[in-house]
Write a protein that binds this ligand. Structure first.
Ligand code: AQP
Length: 328
C-alpha cells in the first residue's frame, strides 16, 4: 500500500509555486494512493505570525485545498494542531535528533541568516516534520526541491529510532516530480517563488484577480533575447515561465516551445496569463462558496478524527518502545 502525507504551511497567501509544487500534485495523487493532507499551522509559528492572520490563513488554506480539487471523500484533510499527537511525537523525535545535523539544514540557515530572535522551534522544525510523516507510517512524501534534505533527515531519524528501540516507523521515500518542483520568483529566477517574499510582483497568488495576473506576468523578468526556449542553464527566467505554462495547461514544455517559436515574449506572456486565469477562476469560485461554510468545519473535524485514529496508535507504539509508562 502506498500512503502519502503532505501539507502547505499557512505562512502566507498561497501562490502558484505552492500550487505547482504541492497542491496540484495532491489532487493527482488522491486517485492513486491513500492520502493524508494537512495544514501545518504548527510549522507556520516557527517564525512570528499575527494570530488573527494565522487563524484566517489556516482556514483559507484548507478551503483552497478543497477548491483546488482535494476531495475529502478520497483523502483525509485536517489541520495539524487538531491532532495533538504531532506535537507529542515531535518532542520524542527531537530527543533522537542531533544538534549537528539540525544545524546543517539549509532551510534553517537561510531562514535564520542575519535575523535576531530566532526561535528554538525554527531549529527543531525538521523533527516535527518527521513526526508529521512517521505518525501515519507514510510510504511516500511528495517533495519540492527544497524539502529533500528534510525528508532525508526524517529517514535518518526513523532509522535511528528503529535501530535503538525496535521497528516502529516506516521509512518514507520521496516522490520527486520533475515539472513545477521549483517555481522561481517572477522578479528573480534565482530565488524560489515564496509566500513570505515581501515583493508582491514576485508571485501570482491563487486568489489574484485576472487583471493582477495579467499585470504580474507582463512584468515578469525574461532576458535580452526573444526566444521562447526551455533551457534552465542559459534562460532560467523564460524556462520558469514555460514550466508554469506546462503545469497549468497540462502540455509538455516541447509543445509550448514549438508553439511560440519565432513569436517573441509578449504573446507568450499574454497567453501564459490566460492559461493560469482559466485554471484559477473555477478554483476561486469554489473557494468563495466553502471558505465560511459549515461544510468546511465538518470536513476538518472529521479529518482530524480520522487522522488521530492512526496517529495515536503510532504514538502509543513509539512511547512504549522508548520505555515511557504507557498504561494499556
Ligand atoms: N516556489 C515553489 N515551487 C515549487 N514548490 C513549492 N513549494 C513551495 N513553494 C514552491 C512546495 O510546497 C510545499 C509546501 O511548502 P510550504 O509552504 O509548507 O513551505 P515552503 O517551501 O517554505 O514555502 P514558502 O512559500 O517558501 O513559504 P515560507 O516563505 O513561509 O517559508 C513544499 O513541498 C514545497 O516544496
Amino acid at each position: 500500500m502506498t500512503r502519502v502525507v503532505s501539507g502547505i504551511k499557512p505562512s502566507g497567501e498561497l501562490n502558484i509555486g505552492g500550487y505547482a509544487g504541492a497542491l496540484h500534485q495532491f489532487v493527482a495523487m488522491q486517485d492513486q494512493y491513500e492520502c493524508l493532507f494537512f495544514v501545518p499551522d504548527l510549522h507556520a509559528i516557527t517564525v512570528p505570525q499575527d494570530p488573527k492572520e494565522l487563524f484566517r490563513r489556516s482556514k483559507e488554506m484548507a478551503a483552497l485545498y478543497i477548491a483546488s480539487g482535494v476531495d475529502p471523500r478520497k483523502a483525509t484533510l485536517f489541520i495539524q494542531s487538531h491532532v495533538p499527537a504531532h506535537t507529542e511525537l515531535g518532542w520524542l523525535m527531537e530527543t533522537g535528533a542531533y544538534f549537528g545535523e539540525l544545524s546543517r539544514m539549509t532551510q534553517f540557515k537561510e531562514k535564520s541568516d542575519g535575523k535576531e530572535g530566532i526561535s528554538a522551534a525554527l531549529f527543531t522544525y525538521p523533527a516535527l516534520m518527521s513526526a508529521d510523516i512517521l505518525l501515519y507510517q507514510a510510504t511516500h512524501v511528495p517533495v519540492g526541491d527544497d524539502q529533500k534534505q528534510h525528508l532525508e533527515l526524517t529517514r535518518n531519524l526513523a532509522e535511528r529510532f528503529n535501530k535503538r528501540y525496535g521497528k516502529t516507523f516506516t521509512l518514507p521515500d520521496p516522490i520527486i516530480q520533475t515539472l513545477g518542483s521549483r517555481v522561481m520568483g517572477l522578479d528573480d529566477p534565482a530565488k524560489k517563488m515564496s509566500k513570505s517574499n515581501p515583493n508582491q510582483s514576485s508571485y501570482v497568488l491563487l486568489m489574484d484577480s485576472p487583471d493582477e495576473i495579467r499585470r504580474k506576468f507582463a512584468r515578469a523578468v525574461t532576458d535580452s533575447e526573444m526566444r521562447v526556449s526551455y533551457d534552465w542553464d542559459n534562460k532560467p527566467a523564460v524556462s520558469n515561465l514555460i514550466e508554469i505554462y506546462a503545469v497549468f495547461s497540462g502540455e509538455t514544455t516541447n509543445v509550448i516551445e514549438g508553439r511560440y517559436e519565432g513569436r517573441g515574449y509578449g504573446e507568450f506572456k499574454k497567453d501564459l496569463a490566460e492559461v493560469v486565469i482559466d485554471k484559477l477562476i473555477p478554483i476561486q469560485q469554489r473557494y468563495r462558496e466553502i471558505v465560511d461554510s459549515a461544510e468546511l468545519i465538518h470536513v476538518l473535524r472529521d479529518g482530524a478524527l480520522r487522522a488521530a485514529d492512526v496517529a495515536n496508535e503510532t504514538l502509543r507504539m513509539a512511547k512504549k518502545a522508548m520505555g515511557l509508562f504507557v498504561i494499556e
